[in-house]
Design a protein around this ligand. Structure first.
Ligand SMILES: NC(=O)c1ccc[n+]([C@@H]2O[C@H](COP(=O)([O-])OP(=O)(O)OC[C@H]3O[C@@H](n4cnc5c(N)ncnc54)[C@H](OP(=O)(O)O)[C@@H]3O)[C@@H](O)[C@H]2O)c1
Length: 314
């Protein structure tokens, strides 16, 4: 699988299989009435399928509660001779108390049954109160990298402001910023700024990249995507993934369908021209339904604040 070289020299596979969103443990257990603490064999099988088909980058997080399933899927895939640990790139994230980075990485490594993760991320800056908190958390992340428990360290859902605050005191710059990113949501200047900020070369990884075909439909991009899909003989979803990769953006997707998992691996079999990448970007600036899209993480954060304010008012 094609890779990108991070600013610390590590190679990251450009396509990842995500174990959040639809595979989220509490979402699945609510739907099935199952025990959220029990291992979910269906999730394990999805991850094993992804590995068997050729995905080498797995994305999980403390918050998804899918680290134990990822452990079992990795162990069984290794035992079946499909991969070795060193073939896999495993990303996880600290999602809760950023003052407890050391405890959190140890818990994640235990859940994952690994001696190290390839990439460890601070999941969201919206759970801290100040620049000083972000800087303290980043210092602890640097210690995680130096201990060898994570080969690379990075952030997620950071805006330009959060990146600047972090870089002001960082000894080691984040290697990547994982954000919601698609043609209708390019997060202002955060991507070029991350890359050029003090020459930090912070890479970007995208989640939600399929929004133009899954969430924001109908939209101004529909015709462009259809005609490019026809030209390359692929699906419109694949055009969305390729649009990220052609900008050196690592893309994380997920699926519960083997056919789709297999199809999305063919993203490396074609390439958009620079003009086509630009055309998608240009059409993406047209509004969807007359609204400016708000990143999911910010909507989630606002809903928590509202709930909190409601609780305090009672
Ligand atoms: N850092 C963060 O805060 C954060 C936030 C969100 C997600 N993530 C990570 O990113 C991963 C992917 O996130 P995402 O779910 O937003 O990604 P996505 O790739 O935009 O969407 C994947 C979903 O779209 C569906 N899908 C795929 N192709 C489709 C098509 N052609 N038509 C209709 N539906 C289609 C899939 O369903 P099927 O099962 O039917 O294929 C799946 O439910 C997560 O699992 C997680 O690891 C990180």
């Amino acid at each position: 699988m094609s890779t990108l070289t991070l600013n610390d020299g590590a190679s990251i596979p450009l396509l990842a299989y995500g174990t959040g969103t639809t595979l989220l443990k509490n979402k699945r257990s609510r739907a099935t009435g199952g025990d959220p603490m029990a291992l979910d064999r269906t999730v394990i099988e999805h991850i094993k399928t992804a590995i068997r088909l050729g995905y080498r980058h797995l994305d999980t997080a403390e918050m998804y509660q899918t680290e134990p399933e990822t452990r079992v899927a990795i162990n069984e895939s290794i035992a079946e001779g499909i991969v070795k640990r060193e073939d896999l790139f495993v990303t996880t994230k600290i999602s809760s108390n950023f003052t407890q980075v050391q405890n959190a990485i140890d818990a994640s490594l235990k859940n994952l049954g690994l001696a190290y993760v390839d990439l460890y991320l601070l999941h969201s800056p919206y759970w801290t109160d100040s620049d000083a908190d972000l800087q303290r958390a980043w210092k602890d992340m640097e210690a995680v990298k130096e201990s060898g428990k994570a080969r690379s360290i990075g952030v997620s859902n950071y805006s330009q402001t959060h990146l600047s605050a972090t870089l002001a005191t960082a000894r080691i710059p984040p290697s990547i910023n994982q954000i919601e990113f698609h043609p209708y949501m390019r997060q202002g200047d955060v991507v070029p700024v991350a890359f050029s900020h003090s020459h930090s070369n912070i890479a970007t990884s995208a989640y939600g990249a399929l929004a133009p075909v899954t969430r924001n439909i109908p939209g101004p991009l529909d015709q462009t995507l259809e005609s490019l899909a026809k030209k390359y003989g692929v699906s419109t979803g694949l055009i969305c993934l390729r649009w990220c990769i052609d900008q050196d953006i690592v893309v994380i997707t997920t699926s519960e369908k083997e056919t789709r998992m297999k199809e999305y691996l063919t993203v490396f079999d074609f390439k958009l021209t620079d003009g086509e990448v630009q055309e998608i970007s240009d059409r993406g600036t047209e509004s969807v339904g007359g609204k400016e899209l708000v990143p999911r993480v910010i909507r989630y954060y606002r809903s928590l604040k509202e709930k909190d304010a409601g609780g305090k008012a009672q």
